[in-house]
Ligand binder design. Structure first.
Ligand code: SF4
Ligand code: SF4
Length: 201
């Protein structure tokens, strides 16, 4: 291990092997130093400006950018999440917390047996790797292009299920409500809304 005593580190420089400081590179231009310096400034004035005018001009991300998560719905408004916790187990940052609940005929939130009763993502931990959305068996969890997640309060960066749920689109109904697209959960995945074979979005 090199000897980095205060003497050797003085002035922010570390002496090279042999105990001698490296000499500055010899000047190759015949122009005086101030002219060289202003030359750099002048040539930079004509280069393409890369400054982002954010937030006045929000940056457009790549289509597959990994941003804020979304919990999606079936076309009738029922939730795709079945509370299986696979996303939480897949997360390397331990950023997801899920508690499943049991659907009843009186209060149904998703097709099938279970739904995500509690769902939280801690954006202080999330590294936006996308492993959680790969693990989700129902395509409930996806990632949007929204990157505006900064806040000055730690607690507000733990997003709840209500914040993550996709909005209700026309034709959707706020759960709980009965299954509208078939008699059991298989109809939601094996049959399109019109009755044709296929998967729902
Ligand atoms: S994107 Fe990665 S770090 Fe963030 S919640 Fe999903 S698995 Fe965890
Ligand atoms: S988001 Fe997907 S993986 Fe996570 S609990 Fe819900 S269904 Fe399971």
């Amino acid at each position: 291990m090199p000897d980095l005593t205060p003497e050797r580190r003085r002035g922010g420089e570390v002496e090279q092997g042999g105990g001698t400081r490296s000499a500055p590179a010899p000047r190759t231009s015949r122009l005086p130093a101030p002219a060289q310096g202003f030359g750099v400034t002048f040539s930079t004035m004509f280069k393409k400006v890369t400054t982002e005018q954010y937030p006045e001009e929000p940056k457009v991300t790549a289509p597959r950018y990994h941003g804020r998560h979304v919990l999606n719905r079936h076309p009738d408004g029922l939730e795709k999440c079945v509370g299986c916790e696979l996303c939480a187990w897949a997360c390397p940052a331990d950023a997801i917390y899920v508690e499943g609940g049991t659907n009843t005929e009186e209060a149904r939130f998703s097709p099938g047996e279970r739904y995500g009763r509690v769902y939280q993502i801690n954006y202080l931990r999330c590294i936006f790797c996308g492993l959680c959305i790969e693990a989700c068996p129902t395509r409930s969890l996806t990632m949007s292009n929204d990157f505006e997640l900064a806040d000055d309060e730690r607690g507000s960066l733990i997003y709840t299920k209500e914040q993550l749920m996709a909005p209700l689109l026309p034709g959707m109904e706020q759960p709980p409500h009965p299954m509208r697209l078939g008699d059991d959960e298989k109809d939601y995945y094996l049959r399109a809304p019109g009755g044709a074979s296929g998967t729902t979005q």
